[in-house]
Design a protein around this ligand. Structure first.
Ligand SMILES: [Zn+2]
Length: 423
């Protein structure tokens, strides 16, 4: 099956060619096989990209897809109060079908807003995978691990069952994800580190989301968070650390030369009053990617909205408009995300040989014209401009319409009925 995306302006996100105008992308099954002017070979499907922007699908490097129910539930609450009062009491009552529908909602939100891959941790994972497979979203997935009531080993067993069942899946890959240091203990983190090493998987964990967490960790472990990272062995794993709102010089020095990616979640951090991660300071020490967290604290999974905030926040924080370019922000949401997930050989840019995870945007609207500086316009204004989303060579959104066999209105009804019962 050959598809051709014809005559678009392509933002490649590859290291050698930032932008190519009037180029055809030739796709065979799941892969990009050529980037060429005026392709005149055979094809099965032609996508006219004249006057459109074509770019790699966005990579959301920190999500909890099953939390689709909790959209914007964070008003006036600290991280700890939000978890204790709003989230955990409802999660205690959630069943596996609740997680399925929550994940389904999140997947549709991602497809409609141009995200083709997420890095997810949650629970009732079998049903979450059902939703991922139904919507065909690419995911570095996992069953979240914690050791709260001596149930840590049970959770690891559940993770292993899941891993063994889906380890050869095309779109679903795995990480090992201890939830956070404040929901685990040293022995458990050592187990997680070893498990990830044995299976050659990355570790995905919340790290230093707010200041109270730092004090809580010191009480539990009698160590600093960095000492726990070292003592558990985790610092030598391929690490994906979500948040990192407060990284001091000692942490940064310890990260140097390690395989560590930071996932910046600016809106979640702002909503929960956690602070602002100084990613300008961090970027010399670790790979910086971008995440939304769940809709509960991140409001939505629309990465374009989150990209704009990243750019504005850092310029304000540093009182300097030159600290971060729009292109650097776009990298965080694409190729840096791919590096974080260990997938930079296959996704994150439009290059020959890579998987065809591609989005197309129409910027020809009152809100986005004129577009003299396309990259800046994309980062700050393209909240509702994704026309086409393709994952693994398959078109899932065309002319803003979902091509999946899922009734959106019915899904919204189901979600609202379920959250009423749970609340
Ligand atoms: Zn999170």
């Amino acid at each position: 099956m050959i598809k051709v995306i014809k005559n678009g302006t392509v933002i490649t996100m590859s290291s050698n060619r930032e932008k190519i105008e009037n180029i055809d992308i030739v796709i065979e099954n799941d892969k990009i096989i050529d980037l060429v002017k005026d392709y005149n070979g055979e094809y099965d499907e032609l996508i006219d990209a004249t006057d459109k922007i074509v770019m790699p699908g966005l990579i959301n490097a920190h999500t909890h897809l099953g939390m689709g129910y909790f959209r914007a539930t964070n008003d006036n609450l600290s991280l700890q109060d939000w978890l204790n009062k709003k989230i955990w009491p409802i999660e205690d009552k959630m069943n596996e079908d609740d997680v399925y529908y929550g994940t389904l909602l999140s997947c549709l939100e991602m497809i409609k807003t141009g995200t083709t891959t997420s890095n997810d941790m949650y629970f009732f994972s079998d049903r979450a995978i059902d939703a991922l497979k139904e919507t065909k979203v690419r995911c570095l997935f996992t069953r979240c691990l914690a050791d709260i009531n001596n149930d840590g080993d049970k959770r690891i067993d559940e993770f292993l069952d899941l891993y063994n069942k889906y380890k050869n899946d095309e779109l679903i890959k795995f990480s090992v994800a201890p939830h956070a240091m404040y929901t685990t203990n040293l022995e458990y983190l050592k187990k997680c580190s070893k498990l990830a090493n044995d299976l050659n998987l990355p570790v995905h964990m919340h790290y230093l989301e707010n200041r109270k967490e730092i004090e809580d960790i010191k009480k539990i472990y009698n160590m600093t968070p960095l000492e726990v990272l070292k003592e558990s062995g985790l610092i030598n794993n391929k690490l994906i650390l979500a948040h990192c709102t407060f990284l001091d010089e000692e942490n940064l020095e310890a990260f140097k030369g390690k395989d560590i990616s930071i996932v910046h979640n600016p809106i979640s951090n702002l909503n929960l009053g956690c602070g602002i991660a100084d990613i300008i300071k961090y970027k010399d020490y670790a790979n910086i990617s971008l995440g939304t967290d769940s809709q509960g604290s991140g409001n939505n999974l629309n990465m374009f909205y989150h990209m704009s905030i990243v750019d504005l926040l850092q310029q304000g924080l540093h009182e300097n408009s030159t600290v971060l370019s729009s292109y650097e922000v776009l990298k965080m949401a694409t190729i840096n995300g791919a590096k974080a997930l260990g997938m930079s050989d296959t996704i994150g840019s439009i290059e020959i040989g890579k998987k065809a995870d591609i989005i197309m945007l129409n910027l020809n609207s009152i809100l986005t014209e004129p577009h003299i500086d396309i990259i800046t316009n994309l980062v700050h204004n393209a909240f509702n401009n994704v026309d086409m989303t393709m994952i693994n060579g398959e078109i899932l959104l065309k002319n803003k319409k979902l091509l999946l066999n899922i009734n959106e209105k019915d899904l919204i009804k189901i979600i609202n009925n379920r959250i009423k019962k749970l609340s």
